[in-house]
Write a protein that binds this ligand. Structure first.
Ligand SMILES: [Fe+2]
Ligand SMILES: [Fe+2]
Length: 188
């Protein structure tokens, strides 16, 4: 049992699918927050996780899928387009009043787009990649992806504010820069 758990958590595809579920939960945390302060905190957590998740996909997973998956170029280009749109939508959301109806409405449709994007990844890209690559490859890629985790909240309900978390607070664009730096260092 223990061994099965270790294997599943070191496979890059399983790891990213788990993050997809975490992202969905964190959208709910923002949408259902009890007060503006809690909503702000949940929104920071969500953006940090999205920054490390999407950056890891762009640097580690999509390039590999281009070559390994049938029709990889078209599939990856479509995902990159969705990720680019998500970044633009996030910078619009960051300028809104977090407690306004406008924000909640925009965040709800953004959540729907992100969930749809994740489903495309799982069904058109990740499952195929998992079938094509060896266990050793999937494990090596997971190592690079996990390197970015150091700046992301992996346990949003732990109730403990960590120093690394505060380090990454700021506009989404700067979170992306930090995620890129962490992954670059890991894949050198
Ligand atoms: Fe993605
Ligand atoms: Fe994803």
């Amino acid at each position: 049992m223990v061994q099965t758990f270790v294997q599943s958590t070191t496979d890059v595809v399983d790891f990213l699918k788990h993050q997809h579920n975490l992202i969905k939960d964190m959208f709910d945390d923002v949408l259902h927050a009890s007060d503006p302060k809690a909503r702000e905190k949940a929104f920071v957590d969500l953006r940090q996780l999205l920054a490390v998740h999407e950056t890891a996909e762009e640097m580690v997973v999509h390039p590999r899928a281009r070559h390994e998956v049938a029709d990889g170029d078209n599939i990856v280009d479509a995902r990159l387009k969705e990720e680019h749109e998500a970044k633009e939508e996030l910078s619009r959301l960051e300028k809104m009043d977090i407690d306004s109806e406008e924000f909640l409405k925009a965040l709800t449709s953004f959540r729907d787009a992100v969930v749809e994007h994740a489903e495309h990844e799982e069904n058109e890209e990740f499952n195929q990649l998992q079938a094509e690559l060896s266990a050793a490859d999937l494990k090596r890629m997971a190592g690079a992806v996990r390197a970015a985790e150091a700046i992301a909240p992996t346990r949003p309900h732990a109730g403990v504010e960590s120093a690394v978390l505060n380090f990454a607070v700021g506009p989404f664009a700067s979170m992306l820069d930090r995620a890129r730096d962490a992954i670059s260092a890991a894949i050198k």
